[in-house]
Design a protein around this ligand. Structure first.
Ligand SMILES: [Zn+2]
Length: 148
């Protein structure tokens, strides 16, 4: 198989989007990044729990931190996007919250903010965008909520 390579001699991109590995959310996360955030070129690392992988890092040589570091240092990204999602198995799933969707959302917001602080300590001056992919409409839709 041979396909067009759209990035000949291009080494920079706009953003890094860190998402969870979960197959149920990553295509939707691309849609959010491209259509809602208007980001056209981005590195797209996926690690279990997204923010969790950053918060669990013990040093900047941990693989999760490198998923941010390589885009920053090599691809000169200006934006760092982190997306956590509802019912994330890396955190024990929704059942951890006994059906309290608000509590689950609050928890993920806290995780995202912690990850942001940790990243900014390493890469000050970058724009960090946080989002939570929430299941709505009785589980029929995913809604991406910005977390400030
Ligand atoms: Zn997950």
């Amino acid at each position: 198989m041979k396909v067009d390579f759209k990035f000949k001699d291009v080494h920079n991109c706009e953003a890094v989007v860190l998402a969870c590995i979960d197959f149920r959310f990553w295509k939707e996360t691309m849609k959010f990044a491209e259509e809602e955030l208007g980001i056209k070129s981005y590195d797209f690392p996926k690690l279990p729990g997204a923010a969790k992988s950053i918060n669990d890092c013990l040093s900047e040589v941990d693989v999760a931190m490198k998923c941010i570091g390589v885009p920053c240092d090599l691809h000169h990204v200006e934006k760092i996007v982190i997306v956590n999602h509802a019912d994330c198995g890396a955190y024990g799933g929704s059942s951890q919250f006994k059906g309290d969707l608000e509590a689950e959302q609050k928890f993920h917001e806290g995780e995202l903010k912690r990850a942001k602080e940790k990243i900014l300590a390493q890469y000050p001056g970058k724009e960090v965008i946080l989002a939570y992919a929430k299941l709505v409409d009785g589980g029929e839709s995913v809604e991406f909520l910005r977390v400030d």
